[in-house]
Design a protein around this ligand. Structure first.
Ligand SMILES: *Cc1c(COP(=O)(O)O)cnc(C)c1O
Length: 456
């Protein structure tokens, strides 16, 4: 299994050929999901005592299994938050895999971690956080949010007054589902401000003022969103930071999706106040064109994260030794063993320079404006709200929720586009609407026009 023979050489070439084909292709079919039973019928037993052989298994992948995936980088995949990794980043993802680097400790992964940190410096510089702020790459926004919440809670509990208290955090219903899910993991309660529109300083003030004495004692963090996943709304970070500072509450800004837009001069001002956060989540695998999976968590004071996350064990004692000193990414988030998942981003940044990132993000913002204009010109559809960042919510006049669902499946089945419905809270009711999220700079005005026409 670990020996080299002629079959292995051939397989290496086959795999490289496939990768080259995928990387250099300019058009990718939108795959269709199939039921488990159908896939099983097509490929049969693949994991057996003696193995089916690499060539056979690879053919099953190419013939059947690869086609049951929807590539996130398809220009007409505008569902959820799509992605569009650069070719340079994809290539270096291959290099990362081939290099077998353990990315937890500098002692083992110095070269890789050095590169990650160069990329991280650029990301941190976009936030405007003060000198000393730094971050690490995580598996995604969920892991980044959890790492930040746990850091905040541990810091809060350093004070004996709070040792036995269950923590409480405030966020809004526009916050991402992972914030609520990770609050459960960290066993803290969550109070949701009941509006999907921009959370302001005065909303927060009002919410805090309504807390009873014990709730106020338990409140240790506020999670603001720098670009809501559903609608691209950026909370009033300045106003929220003001209150958090006054009340001595940790401010976490979840910019998993929107963080890429910090690079775009046209919207950077909307994030003002982010430089006052205690921690920030940004997902390079969303709007910084990295392959999956690559999130990031950044701390104003990384020492606090180290206090919360550094793991102890006799087998890890060597890392405390003088000879092993250096930056250890494991100390700042929940994972021990980790892939140097910031390496593909580093290579792409080094290859293209940060200006190209600015341009590519600006294109996503521009596509949202173009879509807004096309929607206004089309009598069948109307905007639910003005496009925000690269998200556009719009309704097809006269459609019921099931019409949106049917339309989504039809477009998907045809291999034409993936655009999914969402809900928008309007007063006390939730309306089903259609949503675009633009990431891929290869999406064209024509793509948008065709998608809108398919609603006629
Ligand atoms: C996508 C997203 C997350 C979750 O990130 P994953 O990388 O999917 O774990 C968290 N917060 C926001 C605002 C997001 O858009």
């Amino acid at each position: 299994m670990h020996k080299i023979d002629i079959d292995l050489i051939e397989m290496t070439l086959d795999v490289m050929k496939y990768a080259i084909g995928r990387i250099s292709a300019t058009e990718h079919p939108i795959g269709k999901p199939k039921k488990y039973e159908e896939l099983k019928e097509l490929v049969g037993e693949t994991v057996t005592e003696s193995g089916v052989g690499g060539e056979y298994a690879f053919n099953l992948w190419k013939e059947h299994l690869s086609k049951a995936n929807v590539p996130v980088d398809h220009p007409r995949n505008l569902a959820f938050v799509p992605a569009s990794p650069t070719r340079a980043a994809i290539m270096f993802d291959l290099v990362t895999s081939a290099s077998s680097i353990h990315g937890a400790y500098w002692m083992e992964g110095a070269g890789g971690i050095f590169c990650e940190n160069e990329a991280m410096k650029w990301i941190v510089s976009l936030t405007g956080l003060p000198e000393g702020a730094f971050g690490v790459f995580t598996s995604g926004g969920t892991a980044a949010n959890l790492s930040a919440i746990v850091t905040a809670r541990e810091h809060w509990r350093e004070d004996d007054t709070y040792k036995r208290e269950k923590g409480l955090i405030i966020t809004s219903i526009g916050a991402h589902s992972s914030v609520k899910a990770m609050a459960k993991v960290a066993d803290v309660d969550i109070l949701l401000v009941d509006s999907e529109e921009r959370l302001t300083g005065s909303d927060l003030r009002e919410t805090i003022d309504k807390l009873n004495f014990h709730q106020r004692k338990r409140l240790f963090a506020v999670v603001a969103t720098g670009g809501t996943t559903n609608a691209g709304i950026i909370d009033d970070l300045e106003g929220i930071a003001e209150i958090c500072e006054k009340e001595n509450i940790w401010l976490h800004v979840d910019a998993a999706y929107g963080g890429g837009a910090l690079a775009a001069d046209s919207v950077r001002h909307l994030f003002n106040g982010i430089e006052r956060a205690d921690s920030i989540t940004i997902d390079p695998h969303k709007w910084m064109f990295s392959p999956y999976d690559c999130g990031a968590v950044i701390y104003k004071n990384p020492e606090l994260a180290k206090n919360a996350h550094s793991q102890q064990g006799s087998y890890l004692d060597i890392f405390k030794d003088e000879g092993a000193h250096g930056f250890n990414p494991t100390d700042y988030q929940i994972q021990l063993t980790r892939r140097v998942r910031g390496l593909p981003l580093w290579f792409s940044l080094a290859t293209h320079g940060t200006d190209k990132y600015k341009e590519a993000v600006e294109r996503g913002l521009e596509l949202a404006q173009i879509a807004g204009k096309l929607i206004e010109e089309n009598p069948n559809v109307e905007l639910v709200r003005e496009p925000s960042l690269s998200c556009v919510l719009y309704r097809r006049i006269g459609w019921k929720p099931e019409d949106y669902t049917h339309w989504t499946y039809e477009n998907h089945k045809k291999g034409f586009a993936l655009v999914t419905p969402t809900k928008w809270k309007n007063g006390d009711t939730f309306e089903t609407v259609s949503r675009f999220c633009f990431i891929n700079p290869d999406t064209t005005e024509e793509d948008i026009r065709l998608i809108l026409e398919s609603m006629n």
